[in-house]
Design a protein around this ligand. Structure first.
Ligand code: 9Z3
Length: 313
């Protein structure tokens, strides 16, 4: 009998353009394997659950893609090549620094009788220069591949393709699964084709999305360093749920965070230990980002993992 994840893939149509993404993924992995560069797949942002095939309405979640996009920049700084798999229109590495009003506030407008000029305010120049340098370096070295998804089905198809491309890198790759993935969906054959009528109240029924970490860890990338995130809103459940996930899926590390203070505190849970990273109010006010410390920790854990694999432990 087919497992529930196999049923999911056989019932949800393959997204358009998946072959192009697979070509890009394969070329990226081959190139960085040849250059002896470690590769990380970062997933980021939320997923939508369409209510109609011709989608007018969908269910979504809160994720802005901050965790993923900030972490991607820190992985690049640590020398990794990054596959950034993100929800379309969520934050992306580098460009995230220039979104919305933040960008306008960095500019200064000078108008004289015959000339208008726009410059970057002096206090922002060094910050912008650092971001632009990081971006240009990633482009020049071909170290950043960005692929987008929107729906839960697109996410799951792309994730499987990415795993297939990464598998041969074995222990030298990290999967850093920061996207906030929906737990519920409407199967394609149960979904309304056209906009649901508003002439009467509706009851919509959702199916459970298969737990994809199971085949991912045991079948798709069995040798990789897999890191997942666990999100809760009730602090009394958080660590127990993170431990459950670790025991159930046998991956290497779960990063547990609460919706309410996710930018200030996370707990890194491994089979042997747990470690809290907490930013002080002063660190937050000075613009420090918790992802710097998360990525440093993940990279250290990855190094030990590679060393143990080499020793056959
Ligand atoms: C996370 O827990 C991420 O840290 C956040 C980041 C989504 C909270 P933002 O994008 O937020 O910076 O606004 N991601 C994983 C959430 C998730 O769906 N985890 C699954 C679960 O908790 C397990 S894979 O069941």
């Amino acid at each position: 009998m087919a497992s529930n994840w196999e049923e999911f893939y056989s019932s949800q149509p393959k997204p358009a353009g998946l072959e192009d993404s697979e070509r890009l993924l394969n070329n990226f992995c081959i190139k960085h394997f040849a250059g002896d560069t470690k590769v990380v797949l970062v997933t980021s942002g939320g997923t939508t659950v369409p209510l109609e095939h011709n989608t007018v309405r969908f269910v979504d979640n809160f994720s802005a893609g901050t965790r993923g996009s900030v972490s991607a920049e820190f992985f690049l700084k640590q020398g990794y090549a990054v596959i950034f798999m993100y929800r379309l229109k969520s934050l992306q590495p580098f460009s995230r620094h220039f979104t919305g009003q933040k960008f306008l506030d960095m500019l200064e407008l000078t108008e004289t009788k015959d000339k208008t000029s726009i410059t970057v305010t002096s206090k922002n120049i060094s910050k912008i220069a650092e971001v632009v340098q990081g971006y240009k370096a990633a482009l020049k070295d071909g170290k950043l591949l960005e692929l987008s998804f929107t729906t839960i089905a697109e996410y799951l198809w792309l994730l499987r393709s990415a795993c297939q491309a990464l598998a041969f890198l074995k222990e030298s790759c990290i999967l850093y699964l920061a996207a906030a993935v929906s737990d519920f969906y409407i199967p394609a054959d149960e979904m309304s084709v056209h906009k649901i009528s508003s002439s009467k109240p509706q009851t919509i029924s959702f199916q459970l999305v298969p737990k994809i970490l199971a085949p991912l860890v045991s079948l798709w990338v069995p040798n990789a360093f897999v890191v997942s995130f666990k999100l809760e809103t009730d602090k009394d459940l958080l660590i127990a749920k993170a431990r459950d996930a670790l025991d159930k899926y046998k991956h290497k590390l779960v990063i547990a965070n609460m919706l309410q203070n996710r930018k200030q505190q996370v707990t890194l849970v491994t089979q042997k230990s747990s470690c809290v990273i907490n930013l002080t109010e002063e660190q937050l006010e000075s613009g420090e980002e918790i992802e710097k410390y998360i990525v440093e920790n993940v990279v250290e854990n990855h190094k030990s993992f590679i060393a143990n694999c080499k020793k056959g432990i």
